[in-house]
Design a protein around this ligand. Structure first.
Ligand SMILES: [Zn+2]
Length: 103
């Protein structure tokens, strides 16, 4: 899974970053500035009214930008491998049952 362009992430470190951040749930709230064209928002619970974040929450957001897709890709690869291994077990069980039926 990791290659030259995407170095391996340490998922234990990533989990510690998640656990150090403010606990969920987070909600997205409009900024409330009153401008009708404004598209900015705050993440309720971690963004203070002036836009500042605690360092733990900022690190969580910044690391999640690369860590979350990485973790999803690893999970998908692991699920594909489980499927492949299940198919292999099923095929071997069928071969074994056919041999036992012939004996
Ligand atoms: Zn606004």
């Amino acid at each position: 899974m990791p290659n030259i362009t995407t170095p391996a992430r340490d998922l234990e470190v990533d989990l510690a970053i998640c656990e150090a951040a403010t606990p969920s749930p987070y909600t997205i709230e409009p900024c409330g500035c009153g401008h009708s064209a404004c598209k900015y928002v705050f993440i309720r619970k971690i963004t203070h009214s002036d836009g500042r974040l605690l360092p733990e929450d900022a690190r969580f957001v910044a690391e999640a930008r690369e860590g979350w897709p990485y973790a999803i890709r690893r999970a998908l690869a692991a699920e594909a491998e489980v499927d492949r291994l299940r198919d292999e077990i099923r095929m071997l069980q069928e071969q074994l049952e056919q041999r036992c039926a012939r004996a």
